[in-house]
Write a protein that binds this ligand. Structure first.
Ligand code: NAD
Ligand code: UD1
Length: 332
């Protein structure tokens, strides 16, 4: 199939381009390069032996998206494009609604006009909010607790309305848990601009000497070692989840929400120790106050993904750490 990846030069988009390319799909990447650069395209080409098509542009440019759907004979869209920093979304909610919600509406207008009605949307476990029980399954009530999360929830609801209105739409909202790691080659990975917000890139930057120590945000949570627990998923497992979701959508109209996680939670200290073990290095750390807005623990029920998509995550926490380190050592 011919697949359009909005936000395709970003972290998850680039790994998914590899997984789709290796499964025989043709991929076209659309990106405004607000949080990525074009160097990744050569690297994808190096891995899959074929250069994906790239269009520099904004998903909110409906006319451009219509044109590229026609020119590239697009059959389905995976919609990654969006802003994703929680703190920034609290400070600049209008930017977040404009990019994430308006961007999706514009994409839907283009798709509708060109009669392309298969869509995978990058949603997030953040839509669940404070856990009422764990693991989160897809029936857990949704109540996002910050503007970023609410953009994801609004988009899921918009997509639900669209699928209800017209039975030829096929929509899967994939609720990612905590994607980490890099492609096994070390050629592509996650390069956050500025100080990383997330744990794994921060650990990697301490390991490579860019930062002196990891601040562990809180050691007094009601978890086994007192530090926060999350469901980390290798980005290549996540990418392969998209390939499975595309197969699933084929011929199956309607809307669905599916968790992409491993079902296994690890604490901050466990991740840090896994990184030290996998890469033979020491990570200096200090206990710091809790980060505002953080939850103590959450992890996925991965049953629905297994049942519907026939997919489950395969790669271990050590592989997540080893691939992150390999990527950092390539000097990217
Ligand atoms: P990323 O920032 O690396 O990738 C997003 C890409 O979208 C970037 O390349 C950026 O330049 C592009 N982009 C942003 N706005 C655009 C626009 N208006 N038009 C065109 N391109 C635009 O982020 P990522 O980690 O790859 O995340 C991809 C998607 O997955 C996002 O929607 C994010 O909210 C979602 N998600 C990410 C995580 C995570 O931890 N990384 C977790 C849950 C959900
Ligand atoms: C964060 C976002 C979430 C988003 C997810 C994507 C917030 C409040 N939440 O979640 O919406 O979907 O990223 O991956 O920003 N930690 C440290 N020191 C650090 C960084 C993190 O101790 O320098 C701890 C955190 O307190 C947390 C764990 O590591 O317990 C994971 O943090 P992070 O990688 O930022 O992910 P989330 O908090 O799950």
């Amino acid at each position: 199939m011919n697949i359009l990846l909005t936000g395709g030069t970003g972290y998850i988009g680039s790994h998914t381009a590899v997984a789709l390319g290796q499964s025989g799909h043709e991929v076209t990447l659309l990106d405004n390069l607000s949080n990525s650069d074009t160097a990744v395209i050569d690297r994808i080409a190096q891995i899959i032996g074929k250069r994906p098509s790239f269009v520099h542009g904004d998903v909110r440019d409906t006319a451009l998206v219509r044109e590229l759907i026609k020119v590239h004979s697009i059959d389905a869209v995976v919609h990654f494009a969006g802003l994703k920093a929680v703190g920034e979304s609290v400070a600049h909610p209008v930017d977040y609604y404009a990019n994430n919600v308006q961007g999706t509406v514009s994409l839907l207008q283009a798709m509708q006009a060109e009669s392309v009605k298969s869509l995978i949307f990058s949603s997030s476990a953040t839509v669940y909010g404070v856990p009422q029980y764990l693991p989160y399954d897809e029936d857990h009530p949704t109540r996002a607790i910050n503007p970023y999360g609410r953009t994801k929830l609004h988009v899921e609801e918009i997509l639900h309305d669209v699928a209800q209105s017209d039975a030829s739409w096929r929509v899967a909202c994939l609720r990612y848990f905590n994607p980490v790691g890099a492609h096994e080659s070390g050629l592509i990975g996650e390069s956050p601009r500025g100080i990383p917000n997330n744990l794994m890139p921060f650990i990697a930057q301490v390991a490579i000497g860019m930062r002196s120590e990891l601040q562990v945000f809180g050691d007094d949570y009601p978890t086994p070692d007192g530090t926060g627990v999350r469901d980390y998923i290798h980005v290549m497992d996540l990418a392969e989840g998209h390939v499975a979701a595309l197969d699933y959508l084929n011929g199956r109209p309607g809307w669905s929400a599916i968790n992409l996680g491993t079902g296994q939670g690890y604490s901050v200290l466990e991740v840090m120790q896994a990184f030290e073990r996998a890469n033979g290095c020491a990570i200096p750390y200090a206990i710091a106050p809790r980060r505002s807005g953080d939850l103590a623990a959450y992890y996925a029920s991965a049953e629905q993904a297994h049942k519907l998509l026939g997919w489950s995550a395969k790669r271990s926490l050590d592989e997540m750490c080893a691939s992150t380190w390999r990527y950092y050592q390539t000097g990217v």
